[in-house]
Design a protein around this ligand. Structure first.
Ligand SMILES: Cc1cc2nc3c(=O)[nH]c(=O)nc-3n(C[C@H](O)[C@H](O)[C@H](O)COP(=O)(O)OP(=O)(O)OC[C@H]3O[C@@H](n4cnc5c(N)ncnc54)[C@H](O)[C@@H]3O)c2cc1C
Length: 462
């Protein structure tokens, strides 16, 4: 089959769904994209921080290995902004403030190097194409990352740093993920040191003006094929085709869409909430599947004022709420933007506060980090835990037992239903690059791949 005679509904207008839709349209398919929110982009979202500057409320950073993302940036005529930093780092360790030229926290360097080596070894032992078949997969899938730390890492400084590291990398509480998921994630993203680095690493650039510009450009190419405010509640299929049911809206928009195939490009916890008839043979998420927890705080200044004091704006704190801050100012310095990250267990607590309390706590933390700075002119909080249609930011977290249960069928079609989304990508899982690769993969699968009748017979005859 090719795309020319196929009607496809894509559920979800995040980067994965939009990429799949653009590829399918290019192959001649008749495509409709159903998006629950009143905007496209999903976990990519532009947040105005001043009259002229929009910051990344969701995904922001990319590196040289993110080849599909870089190709899209080029194709849609977008620019990259370097994240290269000059100036000193700021550390708040056990309430002691320290500034230093080094980016290594003032903890025992040998202990941190040893921790990184152990994590690199663990990641290297994972099979990138089938993590559930890695040596010792069963043992690693049973064990939480918190348990691994307690059993394997003796030095107190490494134990202090580890939750901070996982918070930054994965927005994860070590108690919530399996060692297999942690090791897989690190392997899939290019290794500990690549993932952790700005210069030469996964945080080398931002998309100038915001990553949402890419989603808007993809949506623009799709035009009226993208329907906003259409949360999908159920998907029926039989040998004749598929019917996608949306939650009816007050304006009386169509609530049923017919197609030959469906691409579900939503995070696993949300896919699990859709009613599939016939039912899924294997779940998309289990009770152990968690969600990454991230809140971003954007502090706006008239200019990057910290640079005048020789500071890079980059900080790391062992105690929250702002576990790290990054200088996300526009390249022309027309404004100063400091982004504070509240992640992992700290984000779960922070999210319980009212917005006013969140801002107070973030501003108090900023005063401790940078006592020489004037107060910001704007403070914006983007709380992803409160986002009904994300459920996992940066990404879903596979808990103990999940990889062995969910991994083998992550991309296996359920009859006429196919899967995309960053959590279905074994390459760069959880990242924008993973989302795009999953969109490309699913479009190829539909255009050149599986014969629908045969697949649906297999599923429907159970
Ligand atoms: C705070 C934060 C920081 C991040 N930082 C980075 C970073 O620096 N670099 C990086 O590469 N990645 C980063 N990420 C991760 C990145 O955003 C994601 O990997 C990527 O955007 C996922 O795209 P997706 O299309 O798979 O999923 P999503 O973006 O979640 O798209 C899914 C879409 O489906 C919609 N939807 C959900 N349920 C339904 C339904 N029932 N019916 C219809 N529509 C539905 C949603 O509204 C959404 O638009 C970050 C994420 C967050 C939140």
């Amino acid at each position: 089959m090719n795309g020319g005679n196929m009607r496809v509904v894509v559920v979800g207008a995040g980067l994965a769904g939009l990429t799949a839709a653009v590829d399918l349209v290019a192959a001649g398919a008749e495509v409709t994209v159903l998006e629950a929110r009143d905007r496209v982009g999903g976990r990519i979202h532009g947040i105005p921080v001043s009259v002229s500057v929009v910051a990344d409320g969701g995904a922001a950073y990319l590196g040289v290995r993110h080849t599909e993302l870089l190709a899209q940036v080029q194709e849609y005529g977008l620019d990259l902004a370097s994240t290269a930093m000059t100036g000193d780092s700021t550390f708040l360790v056990a309430d002691q403030r320290k500034t230093t030229a080094s980016r290594v926290p003032p903890l025992d360097a040998v202990a941190l190097g040893d921790l990184f080596d152990r994590l690199e070894d663990l990641a290297a032992s994972i099979r990138p194409d089938a993590p559930w078949q890695s040596p010792q997969a069963e043992r690693l899938d049973r064990l939480s990352a918190a348990r691994w730390l307690a059993d394997e890492v003796g030095h107190q400084d490494a134990r202090t740093f580890f939750p901070l590291f996982l918070s930054e990398m994965m927005a994860a509480d070590p108690a919530a993920i399996s060692v297999l998921h942690m090791a897989f994630y690190l392997r899939s993203g290019g290794g500990v040191r690549y993932l952790n680095a700005f210069e030469g690493g996964a945080q080398q650039w931002r998309i100038d003006g915001g990553a949402h510009l890419l989603c808007l450009a993809l949506a623009d190419r799709l035009g009226e094929r993208v329907r906003l405010g259409r949360p999908v509640a159920a998907i029926d299929q039989d040998d004749n085709g598929v019917v996608v049911h949306c939650v009816p809206d007050a304006e009386g928009a169509p609530s049923e869409y017919r197609a030959d195939r469906v691409v579900v490009a939503v995070p696993p916890l949300l896919a699990q909430q859709i009613e599939f008839r016939p039912a899924l043979r294997t779940p998309r998420a289990t009770t152990a599947t968690g969600r990454g927890c991230a809140v971003k705080v954007h502090l706006g200044y008239p200019a990057p004022v910290w640079r005048e004091s020789g500071l890079s704006g980059w900080s790391l704190s062992t105690d929250g709420p702002l576990l790290s801050t990054v200088d996300d100012s526009p390249p022309d310095e027309s404004a100063g933007v400091l982004t504070g990250f509240v992640t992992g267990a700290a984000a779960a607590t922070f999210s319980e506060l009212s917005t006013a309390e969140q801002m107070d706590a973030a501003l108090a933390h900023t005063r401790r980090l940078f006592p020489q700075l004037p107060p910001p002119t704007q403070c914006t909080v983007t709380d992803w835990l409160a986002e009904k249609y994300s459920r996992g930011c940066y990404a879903a977290l596979f808990g103990p037992g999940d990889w062995l249960r969910l991994g083998p069928t992550l991309t296996e079609p359920h009859g006429r239903v196919h899967w995309a989304g960053t959590e279905t990508s074994l390459e760069f899982f959880g990242l924008m690059e993973g989302a795009i690769r999953s969109g490309r993969r699913v479009a190829t699968e539909l255009i050149h791949g599986v014969e629908p009748a045969a697949v649906s017979r297999k599923v429907l005859s159970r």
